[in-house]
Each structure stands twice: as structure tokens, then as C-alpha cells.
Design a protein around this ligand. Structure first.
Ligand code: ZN
Length: 327
């Protein structure tokens, strides 16, 4: 009964894309596999794919291992499937998110596809292709003038800054297959609604010496006063809660294998590394620490290190499971 309940929760899954999901079935000698997936997504968002395996024989324990590659003119992204119920005996449902980098529109062509490679019960590997569309999406541009202090913070080499960047990138590239905490989409981490910088905005930093450097915005900024409560956008494990030179007091929460949310420029931490948090739990107070031109929350989401539009994981879920949809 317990497992059934977990499966039920599991079906209330990320991305409202499921509402418009496409199904693709591969009929095999021993097994049929149904892929339920988003056939359209946008640069900076994700494709969601769920595989359901059915054996032609009854009472066969199933264990599927699968990975996927998204490609157009070249490989755009790769991801492994994870189990939503890693402890369940019958591992016949597996899911994944393939994040689309902001630059992925450059790779768009007619035959963009997700290639799923899988092996069931350690038998021979096989694969199939899911045709997908990456719809066009443009991001705005902004110029940011930096004073001498901030110019120095960005422009000057600093071994400690370099080391902090290495540690951060290593964490964001870490995929723990068993770490499945959040099944149901995100909430925004603040009740503040004033967006001061959109996700994906291309940027020109203008240094105090007049030099310019191109950049882009990897998250979504909310202009909120210092001391505003910041909550976890989803259930997860706090994998970073510490000071960083560029981003000030910073929090990172792991939600799914390779899937993280990030909170920067905080004035105070209200969680510690290793904490398990629920969606909506207080994790910090906002501020203007690190590279910030004023008090705001920088909220970022990464899947396998790819920055994704955080708001694309905040949806109203019209899809509701029924008893019949739970096996
Ligand atoms: Zn930001």
C-alpha cells in the first residue's frame, strides 16, 4: 500500500507539458515500453520523458536502465533516467528531465530528436528515437554599469574565488541516482513579485574603467527588501549553505538526481548543509551580499549543470491521477 501511494505522488510530475504529452510505444518480444514525453519545449526549459515497461509474462521483476541524448545538428544535452521510487521492487517506471541550454536554438533543425538507449534486466542494449521540437524563444538584453568595487569583484583573478567556483561546478555536476526528493513541481521561493532581471537576459557588464564584457543571466531576480523570508522551492537536501565571494551567502538544494535550485545574495542563512527540507520551508533571509547592485534574491535552477528557467517548473497541475492510472 505504501508503494502505491508513492507511485501516486510520483505521477503528479514536473512540467505541465504532460497535459499535452505524446505517447510512443515500442513493442518488443518480451516487453513493451511506452514513452510519455513532451514533444515541444523551449531553449532554457526541459523535456520530460517517462518510460513505463510492461512484461508479456506475469510476475517478472523489471529493472530498466536508460539514458537519453538530445540532438539536432549536434548533441545538445544528455541525461540519465532516475527512479521515482528507488526502493520499490518492480522498477518498471523511470523518468528523466533533459534540460535545454539557452543556446540550443542554434542547434534546431527539422530532425531534432531524443535518442533513448535502454537495457532491461541487464539484457542487450537497444534504442529508439522520439521526435521533438525546440520552439523559438528570445531573451532580452541589458547593460549593467559596475562601480570600482564590483568591477574588481568580477574582473580580478583571485585564487579563493577560483576555488569556490570549482567547488560549485563540481556540486552542480553531481548526479546521485538515489536522491529523489521532489515529485510535484516548484513554488516560487518568495512572495515578492517584482522581477528585476529575467532569466536568460544577455548582459553587457560595463566596468568602471570603461571596458565591456558579455555575460548572461542564469537565474531569475526578485527585487525584495533585505530580510525577506526565502523558502525552499521544492523538497530536497541542502547541499550548500555558506558564504561565497561573488554570490554572498548562498544556498543550494538538491531535488532530483542532478537537479538543483540555487539562492544567492542572502543576508542570513536559516538552514545548514545536510538538512532535509520540505517545499515552503524557510531556508534564508534575502539580502544584497556578493555581486549585487541592490537587495534582491537571485533564484536559479540547474539540471546536469544546465541553467533552466526556474518559473517553468512552477505550474498549476491539472493532471490528476486516478485509481486506474496507478498499477
Ligand atoms: Zn540574478
Amino acid at each position: 500500500m505504501k508503494i502505491k501511494k508513492i507511485v501516486l505522488t510520483a505521477f503528479l510530475i514536473f512540467t505541465a507539458g504532460l497535459l499535452f504529452a505524446t505517447e510512443f510505444t515500442v513493442k518488443g518480444d518480451k516487453y513493451d515500453i511506452t514513452a510519455t514525453y513532451d514533444d515541444t519545449s523551449y531553449p532554457g526549459e526541459a523535456f520530460f520523458v517517462r518510460l513505463t515497461i510492461e512484461s508479456h509474462k506475469k510476475n517478472i521483476k523489471l529493472n530498466i536502465k536508460a539514458n537519453a541524448k538530445l540532438s539536432g545538428k549536434k548533441t545538445i544535452a544528455k541525461a540519465d533516467f532516475y527512479y521515482l521510487q528507488p526502493d520499490a521492487k518492480a522498477k518498471n517506471v523511470t523518468e528523466m528531465l533533459v534540460g535545454l541550454p539557452m543556446w540550443s536554438w542554434q542547434a534546431v533543425e527539422d530532425n531534432t530528436k531524443i535518442t533513448v538507449t535502454y537495457s532491461i534486466n541487464d539484457e542487450e542494449e537497444s534504442s529508439f528515437e522520439l521526435p521533438v521540437t525546440i520552439a523559438p524563444k528570445k531573451y532580452p538584453h541589458e547593460r549593467i554599469e559596475l562601480d570600482a568595487k564590483l568591477s574588481d569583484l568580477i574582473g580580478n583573478p583571485n585564487p579563493e574565488k577560483k576555488e569556490q567556483s570549482r567547488v560549485l561546478n563540481e556540486q552542480l555536476a553531481t548526479v546521485n541516482p538515489e536522491d529523489v526528493y521532489e515529485y510535484t513541481g516548484f513554488i516560487r521561493p518568495t512572495t515578492g513579485t517584482r522581477i528585476t532581471s529575467e532569466f536568460g537576459q544577455t548582459r553587457t557588464f560595463v566596468y568602471s574603467n570603461g571596458k565591456e564584457a558579455p555575460s548572461y543571466h542564469a537565474g531569475l531576480d526578485f527585487g525584495v527588501p533585505t530580510g525577506t523570508e526565502i523558502v525552499a522551492c521544492g523538497a530536497g537536501k541542502v547541499v550548500m549553505a555558506r558564504w561565497r565571494i561573488v554570490t554572498g551567502y548562498s544556498v543550494i538544494i538538491e531535488h532530483l538526481p542532478g537537479f538543483y535550485s540555487i539562492y544567492y545574495h542572502l543576508s542570513e542563512l536559516k538552514c545548514k548543509e545536510g538538512d532535509i527540507v520540505k517545499k515552503g520551508d524557510l531556508v534564508a533571509l534575502s539580502g544584497a551580499t556578493g555581486l549585487a547592485t541592490g537587495p534582491h534574491l537571485h533564484w536559479e535552477v540547474r539540471m546536469n549543470s544546465v541553467c533552466l528557467e526556474p518559473d517553468s517548473f512552477v505550474k498549476n497541475y491539472a493532471y490528476q491521477p486516478t485509481e486506474e492510472s496507478i498499477k
